[in-house]
Structures are given as C-alpha cells and as structure tokens.
Design a protein around this ligand. Structure first.
Ligand code: C2E
Ligand code: MG
Ligand code: MG
Ligand code: MG
Length: 293
C-alpha cells in the first residue's frame, strides 16, 4: 500500500519514565489546547481491527487516541495519557474519545460490528461517568449499546476508590459491554475474575508474543481460554505479530485476535479502506508472502 506523504508519522520516544519537567509542561499545554479545540492540536482516533479466527474477517475495532501536533507529528498515548490522568484532563479527553468512537461506529455501521474504547480508572471513578455514557448513547438511537465495548484494566480496578463492580454493573444495565484489558499483568485473582461483570478478556501481549515456540505460554493461554469460556466470557488475544502465533491461537480455540500481524492501528481513512475492501487474514497473508494469486 502506498504511503501518503506527510501524515501518519509516528514519533518514537524512549520509555524512560523520568520525563523532563519541560517536556511534561509542554505536554500539558498541548493537551489543554487540543481539548480547547485549538485546530493546531487535535486528538484523532486511530483504529486497530479485531479479527475473528473462525472467519478471518474484521469483527470490531479498538479506538486508540493519538495527538497530532502543530508540526504534523503524531504522538502515541504514552506521551500524554499519564499527564491527562494526573491533571484530571483525562475526563474531558475520555468523553471526546467516547463520542468520536460512537460517531465513527455510526458512520461504519454496516461494516463494523463494534468499537472498543479504553477507560481510565479516573474516568470510571467520576460520579458522572455512567450518566455521561447513557446520555451519549441516547444521542445515537440507531447504535445498539452492545456495540460499544469499554476496556478497563485489572490494576485500574484494584486501585480504584469506588466500587468498580457496581459501576460496571450499571454500565452493563445500559447494554454496554465490558472488557478486561491487559489480562494477566495484574493480580488475576480467579475469585475476583468471577465476581467482575465483564464480557471479554483481553489477553495481554506478554503471553501472546512467541507463543507458538513457547509451550508454557501456550499452557497459560489454554487455561485462560478455558476459564473465560467457563465464566461465559469471550477472549481476544492482543499483540499477535506472527503468523505462527495466529495459527497457534486459532488452533487453541481463541475466538479473536488483534495485532500487527493483521494490522497496526490505522488513521480513520485507512481503516475505512480496509473495512470497505473487506480485507481478510487470507488477503494479508497473501500480500505478506509476495502474493499467492
Ligand atoms: P492498550 O489498550 O492495551 O492498547 C494496545 C496497545 O498495543 C496499542 O498501543 C497498540 O498500538 C499496541 N499494539 C497493538 N498490536 C500490537 C502488536 O502486535 N505488537 C505490539 N508490540 N503492540 C501492539 P497504543 O495505541 O500506543 O496505546 C497504548 C495504551 O494507551 C493503550 O494500551 C491504552 O492503555 C492507552 N490508551 C490508548 N488510547 C486511550 C484512550 O483513548 N483513553 C485511555 N484512557 N487510554 C488510552
Ligand atoms: Mg483541537
Ligand atoms: Mg485497550
Ligand atoms: Mg491491552
């Protein structure tokens, strides 16, 4: 696929947590501008397809926020979500993400099953969160609420000050689905998993990458698949980068996967093309291995 000039450049920084003070201040200022609808800084959503192992087709997408700066650079969330959480700007940011995600879902209604959105603990702890989601859904009467999936992390749930199970239960009453993100990186207490009203478990990529060559990872994955299934939950494997991992997951009975193997997160126009073209795993494999026509 030809790359358009200019756009879609992803600026890569290190993972060093000791971000210099000036950089933090700059990040905060940029975020403030973006949230104030300063057109020089925007917060577009990128979309990563989720693919069914049964059909090889796109069944949904995860919306992942980006920040486009005045210079046209695109920043990954690692560069501003932390600041957004610390300053409380995650609340308006999160609302923007939800609204934009639902707008896109409405636009892609005939092609896309669902959209999932990441929700930070701070958002979930807001007294207004559930009413806000309800009001938003009411604005889109043609979108069935079950087509919206909210992703929360285990660690977020544990550290929260509010009764998260109760809040998730209220969201479920709206018809929204809930996914446990990065599953396996937190405590993963089995009792606790049972008590959480989640519909989907997203297996963290640390268990997924290289699983085809690692019997221990394969065992963990089988166990989680079995457990999730027994509790009536579905499973999505994250971070599937290799064809061998895709095959291993499919054979293990994992219903859906997400990862660079199929596609990186894409800006909306590129995701749109992929969706409308009906791109399948077979198409991706054929183009990767030089086109078996
Ligand atoms: P996440 O929700 O676990 O999202 C998956 C991350 O893994 C994304 O990074 C995605 O680009 C990356 N990824 C997907 N497939 C692969 C793969 O095959 N290999 C590898 N190595 N990575 C893969 P991204 O977009 O940089 O987002 C990072 C995190 O930022 C997300 O992790 C999520 O926790 C957070 N985030 C993103 N958007 C939002 C948002 O709108 N609100 C909130 N609160 N958090 C967000
Ligand atoms: Mg703006
Ligand atoms: Mg996520
Ligand atoms: Mg994740």
């Amino acid at each position: 696929a030809a790359k358009r000039a200019g756009g879609n450049r992803l600026q890569v920084f290190t993972d060093d947590l000791r971000v210099p003070v000036q950089e933090r201040i700059a990040a905060e200022a940029r975020l403030r501008r973006a949230l104030a609808s300063d057109p020089r800084y925007t917060l577009p959503l990128w979309f990563q397809p989720v693919v069914s192992t049964a059909t090889g087709r796109i069944i949904g997408a995860e919306a992942l926020v980006r920040m486009r700066t005045e210079q046209g650079n695109v920043l990954a969330p690692g560069h501003f979500i932390g600041v957004a959480e610390e300053t409380g700007m995650i609340v308006p940011l999160g609302e923007h993400v939800l609204r934009s995600a639902i707008e896109h879902l409405q636009h892609w209604s005939d092609w896309l099953g669902y959209v999932s959105v990441n929700v930070s603990p701070r958002q979930l702890a807001e007294a207004d969160f559930v009413p806000m989601v309800a009001a938003l859904l009411a604005e889109y009467p043609y979108i069935d609420p079950s087509r919206l999936v909210l992703e929360v992390t285990e660690t977020a749930l544990i550290s929260s000050t509010v009764d998260v199970s109760e809040r998730l239960a209220l969201l479920k009453q709206l018809g929204v689905r809930v996914a446990l993100d990065d599953f396996g990186t937190g405590y993963s207490s089995l009792t606790w998993l049972k008590s959480l009203p989640a519909d989907v478990v997203k297996l963290d990529r640390s268990f997924v990458a290289g699983l085809a060559d690692d019997p221990r990872k394969a065992s963990i994955i089988s166990a989680v698949l079995w457990l999730a299934h027994s509790l009536g939950m579905s499973t999505i494997a994250e971070g599937v980068e290799e064809f061998s991992d895709w095959e291993a997951l499919r054979e293990a009975g994992c219903p859906a996967v997400q990862g660079y193997f199929f596609s990186k997160p894409l800006p909306a126009p590129e995701f749109d093309r992929m969706l409308v073209a009906g791109t399948t795993v077979a198409d991706v494999v054929n183009s990767t291995f030089g086109g078996v026509h």
